[in-house]
Every structure is written in C-alpha cells, then in structure tokens.
Write a new protein. Structure first.
Length: 94
C-alpha cells in the first residue's frame, strides 16, 4: 500500500468537487477514504491537491486506465497535462 499526493488544475472547482464527493464508494475500494483530503491553493481555487492513504496501486492503475474513468475525469474538468502524482511516507514512523 502507498500514500499518494496528487496535484492538478481543474476548470471549475465546485463542479469537480461535487463529482469527487460523488465517487466515495469507488475510492473506498482502493484507498482508506476516511483519510482522503482535498486542498486548494489560496491564489487559485482551481489549483488543487489531494492526499490519499493506503492506496492499492494495482487497483488504482486499473481504474485510471479505464476509458470510462478518463471520460469522467474530463467531464469533471480535470486538466490532464497538469496532473502529477507522487508517493510519500510519514518520516516520523521510520
């Protein structure tokens, strides 16, 4: 399991966030959804970051490669070429 920090720009945060909240059941299949957090930069509310914990990377990769997921991300206004995903760990645990 991995912890992920994702950043991206979206066309309209409110529209994107409604869709994001509507897919809790999907995310809970491949991460600890109770710990998922969404952040916005103060300068541009459409510039967002997401933290995801205990991610099943195989399940996430399968979902992200699905054309239906890709179409949904586009409909929600995610700007694909701005999306970056990084793994991280809590340094206090090691």
């Amino acid at each position: 399991m991995a912890n992920l920090f994702a950043t991206m720009k979206v066309k309209d945060f409110d529209h994107w966030y409604q869709g994001f909240k509507g897919h809790v059941d999907v995310r809970s299949q491949w991460c600890d959804e109770s710990r998922t957090k969404v952040y916005q930069t103060p300068e541009d509310h459409n510039d967002i970051s997401i933290t995801l914990y205990d991610v099943d990377m195989e399940a996430l990769q399968k979902m992200m490669s699905n054309p239906e997921f890709q179409a949904m991300a586009e409909e929600l206004g995610e700007i694909a070429d701005t999306k970056r995903i990084h793994s991280f760990s809590d340094m206090r645990k090691g």
